[in-house]
Design a protein around this ligand. Structure first.
Ligand SMILES: [Zn+2]
Length: 116
């Protein structure tokens, strides 16, 4: 069986563990399926993995909280048609309670939240 080394996790895996990519000579994607899934979920920033993130969208004076910044920012852009340019991370923490407190505090002092 054909094997390939994943460019991300560097493990040697059977070719069936990679998505097909006809643009590549090997016919398989560079990243294995689990690395690809991880990337799709959390984006390139490993530090945000498994963390609650409070973020700021300057164009809307908006503060939001998410467990998945990459996906949320993408949703703001595509689904909500928001301007996400220059977004900032206020805090990234494993504690949902702390993230929620920070978010609530920022809403109290005047930042907007689309749901509120
Ligand atoms: Zn991998």
């Amino acid at each position: 069986m054909k094997h390939q080394i994943c460019s991300k996790c560097k493990s040697d895996k059977p070719i069936s563990d990679f998505h097909r990519d006809s643009r590549r000579e090997s016919g398989a994607a560079r990243y294995c399926k689990s690395c690809k899934q991880d990337y799709d979920k959390h984006g390139p920033n490993k530090k945000l993995r498994d963390k609650y993130v409070v973020y700021y969208l300057p164009a809307h004076n908006y503060i939001g909280m998410t467990y998945n910044l990459h996906r949320r920012i993408r949703a703001h852009k595509t689904v909500d048609k928001r301007n996400t340019a220059g977004y900032k991370i206020v805090i990234a923490t494993r504690s949902k309670r702390i993230a929620h407190l920070v978010e609530t505090f920022l809403h109290i002092i005047g930042f907007k939240g689309f749901r509120y």
